[in-house]
Each structure stands twice: as structure tokens, then as C-alpha cells.
Write a protein of this length. Structure first.
Length: 182
């Protein structure tokens, strides 16, 4: 049976980081199963889900990660996972939804929206934010997009009302849309 691993890395952006990580994965006889990569400011960040077999795969990956830290100046975090990360808990049904927020940037927007979602049992599956100067005034404008798994039994009208109340307190615009059932 195969083993599963999570690997994250961050470092000053440069050409070749993805190649360095992909070569390590290949050299350790592992397969890249899922990934998310982005550049934040001048930093490149990656989160990888790997599978591999063999008695020494964990040792080889660990040694390879240490080598990348030393040779390529990456900060790498690596750990084995318990079981299949794609297995869904029985009886868990969710509805995929998206939330978009925009307005003048201020501290607390992500915290307040994320707490409201967590308090309703909503799982954030992807989140992206951006703050840029406004075109005319130069005032920092904030945008956020959240993809989330909402428990199917949750009354979405209640969730919408609570999120709209938080958005009004923050003086930001918020839209909430259904994507699909899972």
C-alpha cells in the first residue's frame, strides 16, 4: 500500500523552484497527486500532496527536503499523512459555494468573515486575497474570494444573513453564490 505525504515550501521567487521540487519527488519514486503554488510579494509558496511506495521513501524525502533547504535556500516542511487524504467521511454532504468580498482595505476583514464561516461549520477550501491602490484615489482596495464546503443541512439563508451583517459592519461588499452539490 502506498504512503501519503504533505510537503510545503517557501522561498524567494526564482526560476527553477518547481523543477527542483518536481525532481526531488521523481527521484524519491513519488507521485505528485495535488498541488497549489503561488507567488506572494517576492516569495514563492507551494503546498504539495505526494504518494510514494517503498520501505525508505520517508527517509529519502526527508533527506531530499533538507538538501533543498541547504542548497536552494528554501524553507521546507514535510510530514507523512495518516490514510488516504481523498477519502471522505461517511455521511458528510456539502454544497460548494463561493464568497467574494471587496472594499476599502482594513484590518480584520479576513478574520471576521472566516470566523463567521467557522461558527457555522463551513470549511474554507480555497481563499485568495489582494490589496491594491485604488485607480483614482490610491486608497488601498481589498478583494477576497473564498471557495467553501457548506454543510448541506445548514440553512443558507441564515448563513447569508450573518455574512451580510458582518459585511455591513466592515463596510465592504459581499456576494455569496451556490456552485454545486457534492
Amino acid at each position: 500500500m502506498g504512503r501519503w505525504f504533505a510537503l510545503s515550501a517557501i522561498g524567494l521567487d526564482r526560476p527553477g523552484i518547481v523543477a527542483d521540487l518536481a525532481e526531488l519527488i521523481y527521484e524519491c519514486d513519488c507521485n505528485l497527486e495535488d498541488s497549489s503554488m503561488t507567488i506572494l510579494g517576492s516569495e514563492f509558496a507551494v503546498l504539495l500532496l505526494l504518494s510514494g511506495q517503498g520501505p525508505d521513501v520517508e527517509r529519502r524525502l526527508s533527506a531530499g527536503c533538507k538538501r533543498l533547504e541547504w542548497e536552494k535556500r528554501l524553507t521546507v516542511f514535510f510530514r507523512p499523512l495518516e490514510g488516504d487524504p481523498f477519502a471522505r467521511p461517511p455521511g458528510q454532504h456539502t454544497v460548494a459555494m463561493a464568497c467574494e468580498v471587496s472594499g476599502v482595505d482594513k484590518a480584520g476583514i479576513v478574520a471576521r468573515i472566516a470566523r463567521t464561516l467557522a461558527d457555522h461549520g463551513v470549511n474554507i477550501t480555497a481563499l485568495g486575497t489582494r490589496s491594491r491602490p485604488g485607480a483614482e484615489t490610491g486608497t488601498p482596495m481589498f478583494t477576497m474570494r473564498i471557495e467553501m464546503a457548506v454543510p448541506a443541512e445548514l440553512d443558507r439563508r441564515v448563513l447569508r444573513e450573518r455574512l451580510e451583517r458582518v459585511a455591513a459592519d466592515l463596510r465592504v461588499d459581499l456576494t455569496l453564490t451556490d456552485v454545486a452539490e457534492r
